[in-house]
Design a binder for this molecule. Structure first.
Ligand SMILES: Cc1ncc(COP(=O)(O)O)c(C=O)c1O
Length: 420
């Protein structure tokens, strides 16, 4: 990690990491309280966090898990997905969305995305076969996918839906929260559906590692709960309390996916801060938008009026035809300015495992590939100050000014025009 920028005009003395969590005193005190209580694994705080989260999104059942990956895996398993089945997954996602399908012996059928970076409903329709059992739409970057179109296909083709909401805690679609039972009633009558969230360190709220599954489907929730803790009979976590009993039965060979009270201690307080976190992210995103909207070398994120954007990611697209650098060089230039950046995501079908085992190759999913070639995720998180945000804007504008094919143009944003 570079600490000494070598640009003529130093924008920052200290490296700005791509992401950092905001952990307050309340979280720290709650973790200490759990440590002192002796409940360091699944216990009363997990129950409290599950109840709070269910109230927040408006879901009857919330099941806390050790990660979103574990939640996706156990949900597919509870839906009976296994050998010979196909599950449709957008290629522009983190590898775990597809890996969990492979873990169950099923085939991930990778499909292209649309201009919104989310799964293309037409691509889902074209990929459905008699073996297709489920689809995993991803809400990329903190803006919901076109759920209406996805569920229309799922209902008609009788597919289960596991929403990958790793980025989407606090997001809404048509005014209802992602993961809420209201969306089930509106969009998914009669089909089996769960939503899985991530509380990984970089997410809009964090428990270090962790995740949550929500659903309104009681039998499915019961089965997921059973499978998250070895397939042991209900409330196995209570067996060391006065109310519990040493006796349990294993009804299925389940997994070890439970969340701990230490994680839930963080989650209880992070959830209370979540709306404030999202407001800050949205405010910072609008500063970015104002600064970049008239820069012809850049494209800013598209916001859709029927869903909010919780800005888990702020992703710009470079107009490579107007620049003398490619995306990788642009990220390196940002690093030279002491600004961390990232790329979300390398399309799954381009990873060697998926090429070798499922026969995918470059050119198969062109929209995602084109997006991938020119995206940069800029740092955006509530722990950043407005000065940090302006440093990022300056760094981006300085690089664009230096690397634009057409020089001598004055940047429209007056406060950065001195950078040309
Ligand atoms: C789209 C997506 N799905 C799933 C995951 C997995 O989440 P976790 O790290 O909580 O397992 C991530 C993590 O970054 C993600 O970005």
């Amino acid at each position: 990690m570079s600490t000494q920028p070598n640009t003529e005009k130093s924008i920052r003395a200290k490296f700005l990491p791509y992401a950092l969590p905001f952990i307050g005193e309340e979280e720290i005190n709650e973790v200490v309280d759990s440590l002192r209580s002796g409940w360091v694994t699944t216990g009363p705080k997990v129950k409290r966090f599950e109840a709070d989260f269910g109230n927040y999104v408006g879901a009857k059942h919330s099941i806390a898990v050790s990660s979103c990956t574990a939640g996706l895996h156990v949900s597919l398993s509870a839906l009976g997905i296994g050998c010979g089945d196909e599950v449709i997954v957008p290629t522009l996602t983190f590898c775990s969305t597809a890996n969990v399908v492979v873990h169950l012996g099923a085939r991930p059928v990778l499909v292209d995305v649309g201009e919104d970076f989310n799964v293309s409903p037409e691509a889902i329709e074209a990929a459905v076969t008699s073996r297709t059992k489920a689809v995993i739409p991803v809400h990329y970057g903190g803006q919901a996918c076109d759920l209406g179109a996805v569920y229309e296909i799922a209902v008609r083709r009788r597919l289960a839906v596991v929403e990958d909401a790793a980025h989407a805690v606090g997001c809404t679609y048509h005014g209802s929260k992602i993961g809420s039972d209201a969306l089930q009633e509106d969009l998914a009558p009669g089909i089996r559906r769960v939503t899985v969230f991530s509380f990984y360190a970089t997410k809009n709220m964090t428990t270090g590692e962790g995740g949550m599954i929500t659903t309104g489907d009681e039998p499915l929730a019961e089965r997921i709960r059973l499978l998250t803790l070895h397939g042991m009979t209900r409330d196995a976590w209570k067996r060391y309390t006065h109310a519990g009993s040493w006796y349990y039965q294993v009804l299925e060979p389940g997994y070890k996916d439970n969340m701990t009270d230490l994680q839930a201690s963080l989650g209880i307080h992070q959830l209370r801060r979540l709306d404030g976190f999202i407001e800050t992210r949205q405010r910072y995103a609008s500063l970015f938008n104002q600064a970049f909207t008239h820069v012809p070398e850049l494209e800013i994120p598209i916001e859709y009026s029927d869903r909010n954007h919780a800005y888990h990611l702020y992703v710009i697209r470079l107009r490579l035809d107007r620049l003398t650098v490619d995306r990788a060089q642009f990220v390196e230039e940002l690093k030279e300015c002491n600004v961390g950046a990232s790329v979300h995501f390398i399309p799954v079908h381009l990873h060697p495992f998926y090429e070798k085992n499922f026969g995918y190759k470059q050119g198969d999913l062109p929209v995602a590939e084109e997006i991938y070639s020119r995206i940069v995720s800029l740092p955006l998180y509530p722990r950043m100050t407005e000065t940090d945000i302006h440093n990022v804007i300056e760094a981006v504008c300085q690089i664009v000014a230096k690397k634009a094919k057409k020089s001598g143009r004055v940047l429209p944003h007056s406060s950065y025009s001195h950078l040309r």
